[in-house]
Design a protein around this ligand. Structure first.
Ligand SMILES: Cc1ncc(COP(=O)(O)O)c(C=O)c1O
Length: 431
């Protein structure tokens, strides 16, 4: 594989025409190669104008009337319906609100309520020790509050804990650190066969690959609940609102039982503008809304989601996944061949079927410094303690030639030994 071969692959890439939808000109001019879209997506080209339009026209001229006339009051649902198309969910099943952590608090509360009602003898919420810490903190808080046990296991021990003591299995589809991906349908089926509920965190999968929360039509493979993130592969911008999903059988039951989620705010009320003193939950996913949604952030998120939906005319999520695998395979191959002898060890699964859209390499002693030296050479990835250099590949804008150049610069940063300079070891607040 030569750089020329990579340029040829870009020339025949069916997703290549979508790259112009992103505001990458200034990064390109500066020679920046961005491999961190798994953490914060690149701004879509239209986002700045759209947010300006919301500020100047909808807010500036429409003023408070825009809650009705510009459809602000339904924006959470409107964007939710668009994200639903990316994760195998139906219209009205997915709501955009709050952060992933807050949504998990609400969603896990719902799952606990169902588990306690249906199978009170089940005492365990099981998750992975390596799951994103926020998920574990939220689960620990709720487990304590409800007298349940949060059991944390290693990745390869999950199946051994799917038993008749399991109330809820809480997993992140693609591990934030290693990129290891669960077989969603298989794990969901196993949880259901054991009589447990299945919650998926889609932070590192929504927009990066096909996801079927509905189990592709197979009821036993359909998940129970899910949460996900708006600022990674959905390109919604820093701190973009997140999403929450519940299977319609659960929302139908919540409706029947008038179940209220613990953050029972006024916009999740059945009739917020009646301003009644007592709380009556809204129907379906509406109950999972708490307070006033951030309209500027939602406007930006909608632009981001549209960039992924635009791929529908170019092969859709299947094409995104196909290219993602090709990009990650190429990166692994180039780093292993060009950077051999510099201490990097692949920390992601080698089998593409078990890997999401980012690649992790461990460095035994100085991963942070190596990443800083690489960033100084214009390749932006990130570091996850204690030893992981993380590289994200977003098929909508990452080119094969970027992969080649990134591996080349990584080799340069390692071979020159410049990462040993003390300035590269100074830890910033965000790594
Ligand atoms: C897998 C996973 N879950 C949850 C979160 C937390 O998201 P938020 O900051 O929106 O609460 C993250 C953040 O990166 C994540 O990677």
């Amino acid at each position: 594989m030569t750089r020329h071969d990579c340029l040829a692959r870009d020339a025949s890439d069916p997703l290549a025409p979508l790259r112009h939808r992103f505001a990458l000109e200034r990064s390109d001019e500066q020679g920046v190669i961005y491999l961190d879209g798994n953490s914060l997506g690149v701004p879509p080209a239209v986002t700045a104008d759209r947010v300006r339009q919301v500020v100047e026209d909808e807010w500036g001229v429409g003023l408070i009337r825009s809650w009705n006339s510009a459809g602000w009051i339904r924006l959470s649902q409107r964007i939710g319906d668009k994200i639903a198309r990316l994760v195998g969910a139906g219209p009205g099943e997915l709501i955009v609100a709050d952060s992933t952590s807050v949504n998990l608090f609400k969603i896990l509360s719902a799952a606990i309520a169902i588990a306690k009602a249906d199978s009170p003898e089940r005492r365990h919420i099981v998750s992975e020790r390596s799951n994103f810490p926020s998920d574990l903190y939220i689960a620990d808080t709720l487990a304590r509050a409800h007298g349940l046990a949060l059991t944390l296991v290693d990745e390869d021990e999950v199946s051994g804990h799917i038993d008749d003591g399991l109330a809820i299995l809480l997993l992140t589809h693609v591990n934030y650190r290693t990129g290891r991906m669960h077989r969603m349908a298989e794990v969901t089926r196993a949880a259901h066969a054991a009589g447990a509920l299945m919650i998926w965190d889609l932070a590192h999968s929504a927009g990066a690959m096909p996801v079927r929360l509905d189990g592709g039509g197979a009821i036993e493979a359909a998940a129970d609940f899910a949460v996900g993130c708006g600022y990674k592969y959905l390109n919604g911008g820093p701190g973009a609102p997140a999403f929450a999903w519940a299977h319609p059988r659960h929302t139908a039951r919540m409706d029947r039982e008038a179940w209220r989620q613990p953050l029972s705010g006024w916009l999740g009320h059945a009739a917020p503008f009646e301003f009644t003193a007592d709380y009556k939950p809204g129907m379906g996913m509406t109950r999972f809304i708490c307070g006033t949604p951030p309209i500027l952030s939602l406007a930006a998120l909608e632009c981001g989601v549209e960039t992924v939906l635009a791929a529908e005319d170019h092969g859709g999520l299947a094409a995104i996944r196909h290219k993602s695998i090709a990009l990650t395979e190429l990166f692994i191959e180039l780093v292993e061949s060009r950077c051999a002898g510099h201490g990097l060890a692949l920390a992601s699964p080698r089998d593409a079927d078990e890997r999401g859209s980012h690649v992790a390499f461990a460095h035994p002693t100085d991963g942070y410094a190596v990443m800083q030296a690489l960033i100084a050479r214009g390749v932006i990835g990130d570091f996850r303690a204690p030893d992981i250099l993380r590289f994200g590949f977003t098929p909508l804008y990452t080119r094969f030639v970027d992969v080649w150049d990134a591996a080349d610069r990584l080799h340069g940063a390692l071979a020159s030994g410049e990462w040993r300079e003390s300035r590269f070891s100074v830890r910033a607040a965000v790594t």
